[in-house]
Design a protein around this ligand. Structure first.
Ligand SMILES: Nc1ncnc2c1ncn2[C@@H]1O[C@H](COP(=O)(O)OP(=O)(O)OP(=O)(O)O)[C@@H](O)[C@H]1O
Ligand SMILES: [Mg+2]
Length: 287
């Protein structure tokens, strides 16, 4: 795929959390989320969340069940309208754009649970990924079949007959057909056997190497941090920690809270003092 990462977006990263300590801060931010609050009725699923994803980087957003990860992605892809705050893409305020316009601009999501159409064939599912393209669709699909030979072999089969890993590949392939500049991935490893998780992560890392910016939501914190450049940790609607992924991976508190057996709230980071001079905290790193 020939996805050029957005070059100079004209977007100032100043004042955006995470950018100052990011070694790739020289590159422009592809995506900036500024103080968004997402609420479903009276319940706030995301509160005053800000993050920044540099062009060409792979950024992970990790956290336990119900932390607000998918709600954050929904605000970025336009599936929900944040109650407060802004979403900027390549320097443009897209907060009020419909999701179809965001897809056309290059903000493309691989949804949680894959959302492939089980009673349609693999090929038909891929056609849906290219719905907005007037031409070049066939070439795009052939490219996908070369890249994911298993999908080519299974092109005439019902998507529902594929294994979980194959369905995830199909969901990713469908998103790639929309020519993402920023690919939003919601728990791509969910429910997959470890070996298949490895394959999915290999695909994600390749997509990023080819120049597509990736924002990856995962409960599999270990794998996400291994793949990512930079990461944010969410708990109950708020960011509690951020830093270069390798530093988070090496942080004993992150290991304890997210990389052990338990992902329960009691083991979380909330209430711990990352903001008040904690020597182990990776939030502030010297460049
Ligand atoms: N459509 C909705 N209506 C009402 N509440 C919702 C809706 N979607 C999410 N929520 C609530 O918002 C909070 C955050 O949910 P969200 O799905 O964003 O979390 P998550 O981090 O993606 O969790 P998971 O890891 O389980 O996917 C939860 O309390 C959830 O119950
Ligand atoms: Mg979710």
């Amino acid at each position: 795929m020939s996805n050029e990462p957005p070059t100079d977006s004209g977007l100032s990263a100043d004042g955006t959390s995470g950018v100052a300590s990011d070694p790739t801060a020289r590159t422009a931010a592809a995506l900036v989320v500024e103080g968004i609050t997402v609420a479903y009725g009276p319940a706030e699923a995301v509160r005053d969340l800000s993050l920044s994803v540099n062009a060409g980087s792979l950024v992970a957003l990790i956290g336990a069940n119900g932390a607000g990860k998918s709600s954050t992605l929904a605000a970025i892809s336009g599936l929900v309208r944040p109650r407060r705050g802004r979403v900027l893409f390549a320097g443009q305020d897209v907060t009020r754009w419909r999701s179809s316009r965001r897809v056309a601009a290059g903000i493309v999501q691989v949804p949680e649970g894959r959302e492939i159409l089980a009673t349609m064939t693999v090929h038909e599912n891929l056609m849906l990924g290219a719905w907005h393209q007037a031409q070049g669709f066939e070439a795009g699909v052939q490219e996908i079949y070369q890249r994911f030979p298993i999908l080519g072999e299974r092109r005439a089969l019902l998507a529902g007959s594929l294994s979980g890993g194959e369905q995830q590949m199909l969901a990713i392939a469908r998103a790639l057909l929309a020519h993402p500049r920023v690919l939003l991935m919601d728990e791509p490893s969910m429910g997959l056997a470890p070996q298949i998780v490895d394959e999915v992560f290999a695909v994600i890392e390749r997509i990023r190497k080819e120049g597509t910016t990736v924002l990856l939501v995962e409960q599999n914190a270990q794998r996400a941090l291994q793949a990512a450049d930079y990461a944010y940790v969410m708990e109950t609607g708020e960011l509690v920690l951020e830093g270069p992924a390798d530093e988070l991976l090496a942080n004993p508190k992150v290991v304890e809270a997210y990389l052990g057996e338990s992902l329960s709230g009691e083991d979380g980071l909330e209430g711990r003092s990352f903001d008040d001079g904690d020597a182990d905290a990776p939030r502030r790193t010297s460049g």
